[in-house]
Design a protein around this ligand. Structure first.
Ligand code: ADP
Ligand code: CIR
Length: 345
């Protein structure tokens, strides 16, 4: 709907949205808007591309996406305050990657009783350095990126080796089953749609599974790549160790990922950049979640509660997705530890 609106028209919508609580609404002043609305990034991204979703969806939490990796430079004046606010940091000073000593993590299963935690998942996002993000991509770009990604995935060995399943041509039944099982993504998020995330759907999208289905890669969902390790139960140690192995293998597979000093790995949404790591459990907490101060409890521990079918969905039967909220300004192992501490609490 917002695809053809100009920056000024989008701004008018944001201005009219008096009740919006988004970080875009909070930080984009008229002065900043005016001095940035005519800039164009190296990938031909504009401020309108970045703010479209948040202006069309005033109930956004964040409300802004980066049109491409260079948007974090071109539109830094607009994006930096949002990034600091979301990740709760005073300055942008992201550390070098540090995955910790995976052979001596000092923890394994967060729920040996098996009664509370249904499943555990850790994901990171990666972007190809030489391509823009959804608002500026063409159908040809998506097809090319898919081809390069699949070639890299085919180099994986051992327990990580597997098979790529393109979305194009996948039966509706298979898609539904994979979605119900929490493996596959779909095109139902209105925030992502408005940002251009579903342009040319389903071209160029797909999912890679290792043979035991515990390591997955999403291709051209919100980010160019999402590496995911997941399994039933609460063994965070196993899930994380598998993911770290996969990241290291894919980093030496010939792909070049977008990074920026002080911001870490770059992603489409500023809430994901830095470590890009989201570690989550599906956990049964009907009584805790019914407490009036549940949101405050989560905020204090820097954890976030989502429904079990992903962001912007509801809980089912008192089962919540609990994950670390911050991904920037701390290392990968620290982000994981924030989630672990929160879940244990
Ligand atoms: P992300 O940005 O991490 O990919 P979403 O909230 O969109 O997050 O979730 C993506 C998918 O992953 C959803 O289908 C969700 O149900 C699934 N998921 C997330 N955490 C877990 C978990 N701990 N166990 C099983 N499935 C999970
Ligand atoms: C929002 O602002 O609420 C949406 N644009 C989503 C923000 C964070 N989540 C995400 O990127 N998946």
């Amino acid at each position: 709907q917002g695809a053809n609106l100009t920056a000024d028209e989008l701004w008018a919508k944001l201005e009219a949205a008096k009740d919006s609580k988004s970080l875009l609404k909070k930080h984009l002043t008229k002065t900043l808007f005016d001095s940035n609305k005519d800039k164009v990034s190296k990938f031909k991204g504009t401020l309108a591309d970045c703010m479209r979703s948040g202006c069309m969806n005033p109930d956004s939490g964040v409300g802004i996406y980066a049109s491409d990796p260079d948007a974090y430079t071109t539109f830094a004046e607009v994006l930096d305050p949002v990034i600091k606010d979301y990740h709760k940091v005073d300055s942008l000073n992201h550390p070098k990657p540090d995955f910790g000593d995976v052979d001596n993590l000092g923890f394994g299963d967060l729920d040996p009783s098996g009664e509370l935690i249904v499943s555990t998942r850790v994901r990171v996002g990666r972007s190809h350095a030489s391509y823009g993000f959804p608002p500026v991509l063409t159908k040809e770009d998506r097809v090319e990126m898919e081809r390069k990604t699949v070639a890299a995935l085919e180099t994986l060995k051992g327990e990580l080796a597997g098979e790529y399943n393109p979305l194009t041509g996948m039966t509706a039944d298979k898609q539904k089953q994979l979605t119900d099982d929490h493996f596959l993504f779909n095109d139902s998020d209105r925030f992502l749609r408005e940002a251009g995330g579903y342009n040319d759907w389903p071209t160029g999208r797909g999912i890679f599974f290792s043979s035991n289905k515990k390591f997955l890669v999403w291709v051209n969902e919100e980010d160019h790549l999402r590496f995911i390790s997941m399994q039933m139960g609460g063994n965070l140690g196993e899930v994380y160790t598998r993911l770290v192995k996969a990241i290291k293998a894919l980093e030496s597979s010939g792909l070049e990922f977008a990074k920026k000093d002080n911001l870490g790995y770059l992603t489409f949404c500023p809430s994901n950049l830095g470590t890009t790591l989201r570690a989550s459990v599906h956990i049964k907490i009907p009584k805790l979640a019914a407490q009036p101060d549940f949101k405050e409890f989560c905020d204090k521990l820097n954890i976030q509660a989502r429904g079990i079918h992903g962001e912007h969905t509801e809980s089912v039967g008192g089962v919540y997705d609990i994950s670390n909220k911050r991904r920037l300004g701390l290392t990968e192992i620290q982000a994981l530890q924030e989630m672990r501490t929160g879940v244990e609490e």
